[in-house]
Design a protein around this ligand. Structure first.
Ligand code: ADP
Ligand code: MG
Length: 455
């Protein structure tokens, strides 16, 4: 398996990374969806854990075509092997997904108020809402406030790493906070399948049914991985109906809408589509920066805004990767004992997210860079306020949009809060003329252009 994973990794990682680092690992064990590898020392383990774990786990998942594979590196020194780590660090997930698996293996009944299926980090407070997830966020909050009343089932779908799992756990926490007597269960559809298969094997299907039909809030994650076996779908159908009829809340997630899940029987997808369907799109640049900011603030990490803009512009469709990149940057800066700067960020990310020099420059990137430089918010640039402190940076941003993108004057005006094209033309003329006489402005423009072009 490890060889196949390495082959898969060759698509994403630079050859020298595989040669220098990954080659130091050797496979030890594969059991219960946990892949165990040995590393010769702590430094190798730490480095790979922090820099490449997310990518390796993704590759494992792709290779094995499973969603809940996790991955562990053990340090095995030749003379004296380290004592094994206790397995209970389930929530200590560096990469956000690898180790949060199988939080409860006991098929026992769910006790009222039991939050053990929930990750304590995934709460509403740590969740950033933006236009990309606004509806899913609002629906999740409504469901958490009044489970079983509004949207039942709530079905959230969208690409990986966009916050579906986070929202589900947040719903669970909120429900338990408001009503500690509720029985709440978060489970992956694979886990559900396994439990069912075990209960059939052990002749305990009655206990299985009891358990699932006594739940007030059932959340099943990644429903696209529900086994296509007739028996599983049948059982899930009955569980669903029993809960739904009793006005118990059901929350489901998937990477695509119900009717596009090929493995799902029609009667199930119809049921799923019968409630509230919401999709989550990838976040825009501004939200990506906000997410990074929130995380650095929560963890008291000092990262200059410009470096955050750099990370956020490089990783645009997966919040988990976004966080992973930040973690890598922090780890790297600690490892080499240097402060985090844009250069350090560029250096850290270069083998994972290669710079794409042909990437088209977009106006949102220009706005972010100019706003960051002048210590403003993007919304200031787009606001109708015309104080000098805002007007000048705004003119510079418009000038750069005209120079660096193919956007027309009306398009630029529209992008800057719906301004007239003559305003853009005026800004462009003014800055063009001034830069010939004002060396400081000329330097600023060059510096900003350099920053924009490297993003
Ligand atoms: P999905 O289930 O859609 O694949 P997750 O819920 O696992 O995605 O999210 C991946 C990571 O990104 C998690 O660590 C999560 O906390 C974080 N994350 C996702 N969306 C947000 C958000 N809107 N605000 C803050 N963090 C987020
Ligand atoms: Mg998920």
């Amino acid at each position: 398996i490890w060889d196949r994973i390495i082959t898969e990794l060759q698509n994403t990682l630079a050859p020298q990374v595989i040669e220098n680092w990954l080659s130091m690992l050797s496979p030890m064990d594969y059991d219960n969806n946990v892949i165990v590898l040995s590393a010769p020392n702590d430094i190798v383990k730490k480095f790979i854990d922090e820099r490449y774990m997310t990518i390796i786990v993704d590759a494992c998942k792709n290779t094995l075509n499973k969603s809940d594979v996790s991955f562990e590196i053990k340090v095995v020194e030749k003379a004296a092997p380290e004592p094994e780590e206790p397995v209970e660090n389930l929530f200590n997930d560096n990469d956000g997904k690898a180790s949060f698996v199988a939080a409860y293996d006991t098929p026992g009944q769910i006790a009222p108020g039991d939050a053990s299926s929930l990750n304590p980090r995934y709460i509403f407070d740590t969740f950033v809402a933006g236009s990309f997830n606004r509806i899913a966020y609002a629906a999740a909050q409504a469901v958490a406030k009044n489970p079983g009343k509004n949207y039942n089932p709530l079905f959230m779908y969208g690409g990986v790493g966009l916050g579906k799992t986070h929202l589900m756990h947040a719903i669970g926490h909120e429900v338990l906070k408001n009503n500690p007597e509720k029985r709440v269960l978060y489970i992956t559809s694979e886990k559900f399948t396994n439990e069912l298969i075990n209960s059939i094997r052990d002749n305990t299907t009655e206990a299985f049914r009891q358990k699932y039909r006594n739940i007030d809030l059932l959340m099943v994650d990644d429903i696209q991985f529900l086994s296509k076996k007739e028996r599983t779908q049948e059982e899930f159908f009955h569980t669903f109906n029993a809960l739904h009829q009793a006005n118990k809340q059901i929350v489901l997630s998937s990477d695509r809408p119900p009717h596009e899940i090929k493995t799902l029987e029609e009667r199930l997808s119809s049921r799923f589509a019968g409630g509230m369907l919401t999709d989550i799109q990838p976040p825009d640049l501004e939200t990506r920066i906000a997410i990074l900011k929130k995380k650095t603030e929560a963890e008291h990490i000092d990262v200059p805004n410009e470096a955050l803009v750099y990370i956020a512009s490089r990783i645009d469709n997966n919040i988990r990767e976004l966080e992973g990149a930040l973690t890598r940057v922090v780890a790297y800066s600690e490892l080499i004992g240097e402060k985090i700067t844009t250069d350090l960020v560029a250096d850290t990310l270069k083998d994972v997210y290669p710079e794409n020099h042909n990437k088209e420059i977009t106006m949102d990137v220009i706005q972010e860079v100019v706003a960051t430089h002048f210590n403003l918010k993007v919304e200031d640039l787009n606001s109708s306020k015309r104080t000098k402190a805002l007007a000048y940076p705004r003119q510079i941003a418009m000038y750069l949009c005209r120079e660096l993108t193919n956007s027309s004057l009306p398009q630029i005006g529209e992008f800057f809060g719906g301004r007239d094209h003559t305003t853009v033309l005026h800004a462009h003329t003014k800055i063009s003329e001034e830069k010939g006489e004002n060396i400081k402005l000329d330097n600023t423009l060059q510096e900003l252009t350099k920053r924009i072009e490297r993003l």
